[in-house]
Design a protein around this ligand. Structure first.
Ligand code: SAH
Ligand code: SF4
Ligand code: F3S
Length: 460
């Protein structure tokens, strides 16, 4: 497939830029979106003369890309700021910048509360970083937390420092308009907007030329991807997926996150049609109770969620499904908690991320729904959910044993240089031996056993 090339991405910048005369150390917390953003930030900084280093003690600038999703995420970051303080005491010239969701949520308050912070920059203001840094270098604090309706950093080629050289994140949209009642993201990331598909295709094509074998298309609700500007026809998510998949049959395509209310059959059909679109959907349920889902303002019922899971299995019997669950949301009863457990049991998720509800300031839930499930009850319910999911994960793993999967090799295994690790299309990690293989190869692996987190296989 031939695509036009309106933007020429700079190949050199895909390599780690280490020629700048000032040094930056960056730490990233939160979701994949933040990881992708940090790569954009590094590209902007490389252009203004920064080189990236791995020792914060030697840095001229420390940046921390932050997350506000739960109270404990913020606490962890505040703990890290304490650590940066120690470095700053030893080097008073050091500039410390807080960027990302916590910067957007707390704004000036961060400068007041955390005296070591010089710069505060929200997720839509990264192009302004060079100016803000210059301002901080004159001894003033600097802040830009303006949210944008247009910014997608569309033509900026991310510096792929966070990647293993095989797999890369590609942001396809920003923000979120869903306003789930518990969620801080619409406040920290602003309005939903989609990125020009041509720039996405150019970025992916560049990755392919660089030897990357897998891309993960990122958005808070990818099913709402929609591009209309200057196009005779609108491009929706299913169409974008097809366009990316058609760039190269040997490129694996993943995406995250799907939203149960918005995921269409057209997306499932597209996934089924292209072998290189990975058979895995991250499909957050949040709760198994329709009443709680309504309070969460998720816009779907338990039955709807189940019908979408059935649709996934109908289109792709081999598709893995993972989920997110929040337990102990406002007024959740014991019976409703049981409904979440029964949904988990029914769906047999391959993987689940499970959280106790954490009230976030200024959300709809904070203003209107009391955080009235006692902490002890939340944590007991969370334990029950985790234990059930552990049992299910065990069962799901047993089903994989004896089967053969195509695995993309991502690197050597953590435990031994003689073993490879890679993932199946279903996003499961496999460890195996293959003397003549190399990173980036596709190999067929038969699963022989499993440990807690990984499958163990042998080459066929
Ligand atoms: N856009 C994605 C979610 C991004 S946040 C989606 O809608 O699925 C990742 C997960 O964090 C959510 O799915 C939810 O399970 C969890 N989460 C979000 N806000 C939370 C809160 N206030 N307390 C606990 N968990 C929360
Ligand atoms: Fe938050 Fe809901 Fe948007 Fe996900 S879809 S980011 S949970 S508001
Ligand atoms: Fe956290 Fe912001 Fe992502 S709040 S989960 S880093 S969008």
């Amino acid at each position: 497939m031939i695509i036009s090339k309106p933007y020429q991405l700079d190949h050199e910048k895909l390599l780690k830029n280490n020629s700048g005369n000032r040094s930056v150390y960056i730490e990233t917390y939160g979701c994949q979106m933040n990881v992708a953003d940090s790569e954009v930030v590094m590209s902007i900084l490389a252009d203004s003369g920064f080189r990236q280093i791995e020792q914060m003690e030697q840095a001229d600038l420390i940046l921390v890309n932050t997350c506000s999703i739960r109270e404990n995420a913020e606490q962890r970051i505040r703990g890290r700021l304490g650590e940066f303080k120690r470095v700053k005491n030893a080097n008073p010239q050091l500039i410390v910048g807080v960027i990302g969701c916590m910067a957007e949520r707390l704004k000036e308050k961060l400068l007041e509360q955390e005296k070591l912070v010089d710069i505060v920059v929200g997720p839509d203001a990264y192009r302004d970083l060079p100016r803000l840094i210059s301002q901080a270098e004159t001894g003033q604090t600097a802040i830009n937390v303006l949210l944008s309706r247009e910014e997608t950093y569309a033509e900026i080629a991310p510096v792929r420092y966070a990647s293993n050289g095989i797999s890369a994140f590609v942001s396809i949209m920003r923000g979120c308009d869903n306003m789930c009642s518990y969620c801080i993201v619409p406040f920290t990331r602003g309005r939903e907007r989609s990125r020009d598909p041509e720039t996405i295709l150019v970025e992916v094509r560049t990755l392919i030329e660089q030897g990357f074998k897998e891309v993960t298309l990122l958005g808070q609700n990818v099913d709402k991807y929609s591009w209309k500007k200057d196009e005779p026809e609108q491009v929706n998510f299913a169409q974008l997926l097809a366009k990316v998949a058609e760039l190269a049959p040997e490129l694996r395509v993943r995406f995250s996150t799907s939203y149960p209310q918005d995921m269409t059959d057209q997306v499932l059909e597209t996934m089924a049609k292209y072998p290189n679109i990975c058979k895995h959907i991250h499909f957050p349920a949040q709760s198994g109770s329709t009443r709680v889902l309504e309070l969460m303002r998720r816009g779907y019922t338990r039955e709807w969620y189940m019908s979408r899971v059935e649709a996934i299995k109908r289109f792709m019997p081999d598709c893995a499904i993972s989920t997110d669950v929040i337990t102990g949301f406002s007024s959740e009863t014991e019976a409703e908690h049981q409904e979440t457990l029964s949904l988990i049991e029914w769906a047999e998720f391959d993987l689940a991320f499970m959280f106790a509800y954490s009230e976030r300031p200024n959300t709809y839930a904070h203003r209107n729904l009391p955080d009235d499930v006692p902490e002890a009850v939340k944590s007991r319910r969370l334990t029950e959910i985790i234990e059930l999911q552990n049992k299910i994960s065990e069962k799901v793993k047993q089903k994989d044993i004896g089967q053969t999967f195509e695995v993309l090799i991502e690197g050597t295994s953590k435990k031994s240089n003689e073993q490879w690790h890679g993932r199946t299309s279903q996003n499961k990690t496999v460890v195996f031996t293959a003397p003549n293989a190399k990173k980036g190869d596709y190999v067929k692996v038969k699963i022989r056993g499993a440990t807690q987190a990984t499958l163990l296989g042998e080459l066929v």
